[in-house]
Structure formats: C-alpha cells, structure tokens
Design a protein around this ligand. Structure first.
Ligand SMILES: NC(=O)C1=CN([C@@H]2O[C@H](COP(=O)(O)OP(=O)(O)OC[C@H]3O[C@@H](n4cnc5c(N)ncnc54)[C@H](O)[C@@H]3O)[C@@H](O)[C@H]2O)[C@@H](O)CC1
Ligand SMILES: [K+]
Length: 515
C-alpha cells in the first residue's frame, strides 16, 4: 500500500533534520535517487547514457538543487547536459557541481524559444523548477517555456526517439503538492521521482495526470503524521479478494441483488451482472422488468431473475441504479436497498435519490457531473470543473454530508469514507471512458460487497473498510481495462473476461504494479 502525505507534512518531517544541519545530506540522497531513475529510463530508451541529450530545468530553490546535482552525475556518465536556469539565483553549490562536470547553462529569461526547442529535441528533460515550495502555477518565462514546450511536442508519440522523456523532480512544477490542483501552467511528466514520501497532489486530480508513474526515494525522514491518502497495490488486492472455502455453498459465498436496467436501458443490467459474476460472486439475484430479465437470462443463464421487491429477496449486498432511467419500480428498489442496512452500491440514476443520513456501507459512485447535482441537492454549490480540479476535497465533502462512502470517478478515482479514510487508484486506461464502463465497475464492487467476509464475520467492520473495497473494485476495473486495451480499443462487454484474468493473476501474485 502506498501512503501519501501533504507537502506540508513532509516539510515538517524534514525540519528537525534540516535544523540538525542534515540538509545537504538529504539533498544528496534525493539527487542520487533522481539520477539513478533518470539513468535507468534513458538506458531503457536508447541503450546508452553516453551522448544522450539531457536538459535540466532548474529553479531557485532546493528542487532546482536536486535536479542540478542529478544532472552533474549524468554528465559524469557521458550525457550531454544543459541546464536552463529559470531564476537569477539557482542553488549555488549545486550549480558549481554541475558546471564542474562540464554542464553548460542558459538563462531562461533571455531565450525562452531557444530553451523550448532545446527541451523538445532532448532525450530527457528533468523538471526541477518548483517542488514543495511552489505556490500556484508557473509564472513569467517558466510559464512561457511550459507552454512552448507542450506546443512543440503535442502530437508526437511516446515511441523511441520521438517525444522526450520528462522526469519530474519531487513533483511536476506548477502542481499543488497537497490537492493536485494545476489551474495554471505546469509540466506533465512520464515519471515523477518524489522524495521522503509520496505527496497527495501526485495521486489526485490534475496532479495525478501530470505526475505519470510515481517512484518514491527514501531519504531517511522520521515518522510522518497519519497518512492523508492511500493507494492499494497488487499484494493488498490479493489479500482483499475472497476465495471460496471448501465448506462454502452458493449462498455462503455471497449473493448480490441487482436492481438495474429498465425497458429503456436494458444493457446496463447485463453489463453489471456480467462483471459481478466475473468477480466471483456466489449468485446474482436480479430484480427488474420482465423484458430485462429475459435479456439477462439469455446472456447469463446463472442469474436468478424476478420482478419483485427488495424486501422479499435475501442477499448480502445490493447494487442499484445503472440504466434505471425513470423506471419507478427501480427507483423504489434503490430507496429500499439504501434503507436495508446492507452494503449497497448506489450508481448512476439511483444517485439522484440519495438523502443524508446514510451509513458507510452505502457506496455512492458518481462522476463529477453527478456529484455536482448531488452536492447541489445537499445545499453545496460546486461546478463540474471545480470538482475535477480538486476531487479529494469534494469526495470527502460528499461523504461527510451523506454519511455514505463516496467513489468519485476520474483518471485517479478517489474513494472517501465518511470518517475521512481516503484512497486513490489510477490503474485505468483512457479507453475505459466509454458508455457501459461504469456499469461494469458497479458490478465488480457489488460482487466484492456481497462476498466480503468481514461483513458477516465481524459485528461491524471499520467504516473505512468500505472505502478500501471500493478502491479495490476501482483497481480491478482499471487493470481489466488496461489489459483489454493491450490488444485494441476497449468495449465494456469485453471486460468480464479480463476481470477474471486480472483476479486470477492477482491471486497467483504475478501482477506487477506498473500497469
Ligand atoms: N527540505 C529538504 O530537506 C529537502 C528538500 N528537497 C527538495 O526541496 C524542494 C523544496 O525546496 P524549496 O523549499 O527550496 O522550494 P522549491 O524548490 O519548490 O522552490 C521555492 C522557490 O520558488 C519560488 N516560487 C514559488 N512559487 C513560484 C511560482 N509559482 N513561480 C515561480 N517561482 C516560485 C519561491 O519564491 C522560492 O524561491 C522539494 O520539493 C525537494 O525537491 C530535497 O532536496 C530533499 C531534502
Ligand atoms: K519539479
């Protein structure tokens, strides 16, 4: 599990070490970690460091110092290195070390266009303009450089020798270390090498997009205060996923009730059912219109379908909402599911029936537009753009206001418990942004809720437990999408097969985290 902390918490943990005069030692550890990652990535791309073109963007603070020291080490391995100095006063010792290894420098303010061209023609750009000391987006010539560089490389692919590799030092410059907000100009990296601890801003909102892959270098910080944001990894998922016991039968494995689909939108029910079955639920009991029952029985004969009410059906968890449209019976079933006290996924159309006073076992799964509407009904104004810019804040706020667990969909999907535990998962592929994709996510989550043993073995699981299960479902969905995308565009109806493969591999321990 990755634990991320706000920039201020990491700076506070560094402070006693800086006060003890260990600043230079910390910087050397950070710079060595950055250098090693850069060397590895350049070697993987072009087979040799010797003769590689590297541009270091160095700001006025310690972030620039880290990047210049890393650049000096790369120069020592034969790379041709230029540092673009974005300030008149770069870190003096680091600059001296850089120059002593033959690195040349250009002052950005006098040559923005030339620097943008230099970056665009490099094999590697190291972004060391701003780190945790940055406030707001890039300004002045650094902002112009980011714009011009982005313009020059847009449309290029990430294939060998095409787009330069961008590695961010600690965080992409212009991204907020705490929230991931990036309203102003900022850099976008392929890899962020972060120091001491992962910053929350690398795992949320636009910051998660800008960060690319994340690698954390241990620089020997002491303990940090309670983590702000978690991310599940393969080993966590393998542990969370239940396997059937020898003594199990279909009911004890877990029964999921699905109240989804309508005469207008029957497909959502089929997709959710398929994903739930692929995730390993013991049985699906479907409730909905007769026409949808027939469709489900044709594609998933193992599902038990009926037209009845929620209270007459014995299940371990509910899933309500996908494709429900304006169907009045499905609206009633969604309300009954929320009131049942059982774990329940409340998705899509059912989100519009949510009222405050729910428990953490109810998991709401909005995208930003649906969350705008929900918050509006609860008396909070937030536009879709505001939510997309700061999803951590709004997912937590919605959980607080409803008492439910909230899964807010995005590139990095945030799940927040009403008690504050928050997760971020980012294994998805943009190919998953397709109609029907959310129905499969809700099916996976429904299955995890129905098969969750802690729900039956423990009187009342910790409130954060449901946020963890929602994060696990998100991760399985993202991995299944990424696996499917390896052979072409993703059709959501293809996902169940990939879900089975992902779960099988997780259980065997063969899935690595760099999906
Ligand atoms: N503090 C420590 O112990 C360590 C810090 N390290 C590095 O130090 C970084 C933090 O260093 P600093 O505190 O010097 O801060 P930064 O290097 O992030 O930059 C601060 C400087 O940028 C200017 N600035 C702030 N916002 C700006 C904006 N929007 N546009 C232009 N200029 C802006 C400030 O006036 C200040 O001069 C970390 O991110 C990390 O890379 C590492 O060396 C490891 C050890
Ligand atoms: K940076």
């Amino acid at each position: 599990m990755i634990s991320a902390y706000p920039g201020a918490a990491v700076r506070a943990a560094e402070k006693p070490l800086l006060d003890a005069g260990l600043g230079p030692a910390l910087m050397q550890r950070a710079a060595y970690g950055l250098y090693a990652a850069c060397a590895r990535e350049v070697l993987a791309r072009r087979g040799s460091l010797y003769g590689a073109h590297v541009t270091v963007l160095a700001g006025s603070g310690n972030n620039g110092g880290d990047a210049l020291y890393a650049g000096a080490r790369l120069a020592g391995r034969g790379a041709g290195i230029t540092a673009v100095l974005t300030s008149e006063a770069p870190h003096p010792e680091a600059l001296a070390a850089f120059r002593s290894r033959g690195g040349r420098t250009i002052q950005l303010s006098r040559a923005v266009a030339e620097c943008a061209r230099l970056c665009a023609e490099s094999d590697l750009v190291i972004d060391g303009i701003l780190g945790t000391g940055g406030k707001g987006g890039l300004r002045g010539p650094a902002a112009e450089l980011a714009r011009a560089f982005t313009g020059r490389i847009s449309g290029r692919t990430s294939g060998i020798d095409r787009r330069p590799l961008v590695i961010a030092c600690d965080l992409p410059s212009g991204v907020d270390a705490d929230t991931g907000q990036a309203d102003g100009e900022h850099f976008t990296a392929d890899l962020t090498v972060t120091f001491g601890a992962v910053k929350t801003g690398l795992m949320a909102g636009p910051g998660a997009v800008a960060a690319g892959r994340i690698e954390c270098i241990d620089i020997g910080l002491g303990s940090l205060p309670g983590p702000a944001l978690y991310r599940l990894e393969s080993a966590d998922l393998a542990q969370l996923l239940p396997v059937p016991r020898k003594t199990d039968q279909k009911y004890s494995r877990g029964v999921l009730g699905i109240a989804a689909g309508s005469a207008t939108y029957p497909g959502a029910a089929v997709l959710a059912t398929g994903a739930a079955l692929a995730t390993g639920v013991g049985m699906v009991r479907y409730l909905g219109p007769e026409s949808v029952c027939r469709l489900i029985n044709a594609s998933h004969p193992e599902a038990v379908c009926a037209t009845g009410t929620v209270s007459l059906v014995h299940v371990q968890a509910w899933l309500a909402g996908p494709g429900a449209g304006a169907d009045e019976d499905q609206r009633r079933r969604a309300l009954e599911a929320m009131a049942s006290g059982l774990p329940a996924v409340i998705d899509a159309d059912a989100i519009s029936h949510v009222e405050p006073g729910l428990g953490p076992q109810v998991i709401l799964t909005p995208h930003a537009g649906e969350l705008t509407a929900l918050l509006g009904r609860l008396g909070e104004t937030a536009t879709r753009e505001q939510i997309e810019a700061d999803p951590l804040r709004y997912a937590r706020r919605a959980a607080e206001l409803t008492g439910a667990t909230v899964l807010l969909k995005g590139w990095a999907t945030i799940t927040a418990a009403p008690t504050g535990e928050t997760y971020s998962q980012a294994e998805a592929t943009p190919w998953l942004a397709a109609a029907g994709s959310g129905d499969t996510l809700s099916g996976i989550l429904g299955s995890l809720l129905a098969t969750d043993r802690s729900n039956r073995d423990t009187a009342s699981p910790a409130p954060g437990h449901y946020a963890e299960l929602a994060a696990a479902a998100t991760s399985i969905h993202g991995r299944a999408g990424t696996l499917t995308a390896q052979s072409g565009p993703v059709e959501p109806s293809m996902l169940p097969a990939a879900i089975r493969t992902v779960i099988g591999e997780l259980k065997k321990g063969v899935v690595i985290d760099s999906v």
